[in-house]
Write a protein that binds this ligand. Structure first.
Ligand SMILES: [Zn+2]
Length: 260
C-alpha cells in the first residue's frame, strides 16, 4: 500500500504539471530557434520587458493580466495558459492512475516530452531528435526501475520490443512513402513503443491504431480540401501523442471490448 492517498498523488502531479507546462512553453519557443533554455529569463517578445516571477505563475498570471504584457499591454498568446493547463491535467491523470511508482515518473517524463513535441510539431513541422532522446534515455532508466520494483523484469523486454516494433513499422512507412511522414515521426513512434509497450502489447496496439485513426480522421478531409497533395496536410506528432494517451488510459478496456 502506498503511504499517501491517490488523490494526493494526482494533486501533486497536477501542480507539478502546471509548472512543467510553463517551462515547456519556454522550450517550445526557444529550442527550435536554437536559443539557450536557461538564460536569459523570460521577457516580453514585444517590448523586451523582463517578466517578473510574480507575473510568471502558470495560468493565474495570464488570467490576472487579462492575457496582456504588464508593461506594454501587448497580447500574450492563449497558447501559454493552454499548454500549462494541458500539462497539469495530463500530469494529474497520470498521478491518479499510476500513483507513487517509478512508472508514474516515467510516464510524466513521456507526457511532458509529448506535449512540447506536439506544440513544436504543430508550429514548426519538426520533431527535434534532442527531445526524443532527452525523454527516451531517462525514461529507459525509470522503466528499468519500474520493472524491478514491480517484480516484473520481463516488462523491460516488452518495452524494448515495443520500441523496436513501432520504429520498424514507421520506418517502413517512411521508407516506402517518401514525403508522407517525417523521420521525426519514426523516432517519436519508437519513444511511444518504449513507454506504452511497457504497459503491454494490447496498449501499444491501441495507441498506434488510435494515432493512425485520429490522424486520418483529421488529415484526410484536410488533404481533400487542400487539393490532395502527397504530403500530409498535418503534422503527425500530435496524433502519436493522442494515440499514446488513449493506449495508456483506455488500452486495456478497448482490447477487452474488441476481443469480446
Ligand atoms: Zn511587453
Amino acid at each position: 500500500m502506498p503511504l499517501l492517498p491517490t488523490w494526493f498523488s494526482a494533486a501533486a502531479a497536477g501542480v507539478t504539471g502546471l509548472v512543467v507546462g510553463s517551462f515547456l512553453n519556454v522550450v517550445a519557443y526557444r529550442l527550435p530557434a536554437g536559443k539557450s533554455l536557461a538564460s536569459p529569463g523570460s521577457s516580453c517578445p514585444h517590448c523586451a520587458a523582463p517578466i517578473r516571477a510574480w507575473d510568471n505563475i502558470p495560468v493565474l498570471s495570464w488570467l490576472v493580466l487579462g492575457g496582456r504584457c504588464r508593461s506594454c499591454r501587448a497580447p500574450i498568446s492563449w497558447q501559454y495558459p493552454v499548454v500549462e493547463l494541458m500539462t497539469g491535467g495530463l500530469f494529474a491523470a497520470v498521478g491518479a492512475r499510476f500513483p507513487w511508482s517509478p512508472l508514474e515518473v516515467a510516464l510524466l517524463v513521456f507526457v511532458a516530452a509529448g506535449v512540447v513535441i506536439a506544440v513544436i510539431d504543430i508550429r514548426e513541422r519538426v520533431i527535434p531528435a534532442k527531445l526524443v532522446w532527452g525523454a527516451g534515455l531517462p525514461g529507459l532508466g525509470l522503466l528499468v526501475l519500474a520493472s524491478l520494483t514491480a517484480g516484473t523484469p520481463g516488462r523491460l523486454g516488452l518495452a524494448l520490443g515495443g520500441g523496436a516494433a513501432a520504429f520498424g513499422a514507421f520506418y517502413l512507412v517512411w521508407y516506402l512513402r517518401p514525403g508522407g511522414i517525417g523521420f521525426g515521426d519514426v523516432r517519436l513512434a519508437a519513444l511511444l513503443g518504449l513507454f506504452v509497450g511497457w504497459l503491454g502489447p494490447g496498449e501499444l496496439f491501441v495507441a498506434l491504431f488510435a494515432a493512425c485513426l485520429t490522424g486520418a480522421a483529421v488529415g484526410v478531409p484536410l488533404a481533400l480540401i487542400g487539393g490532395g497533395g502527397r504530403r500530409l496536410a498535418i503534422p503527425f506528432g500530435p496524433f502519436l501523442m493522442v494515440g499514446s494517451l488513449i493506449g495508456i488510459f483506455a488500452g486495456p478496456q478497448l482490447v477487452h471490448l474488441w476481443l469480446g
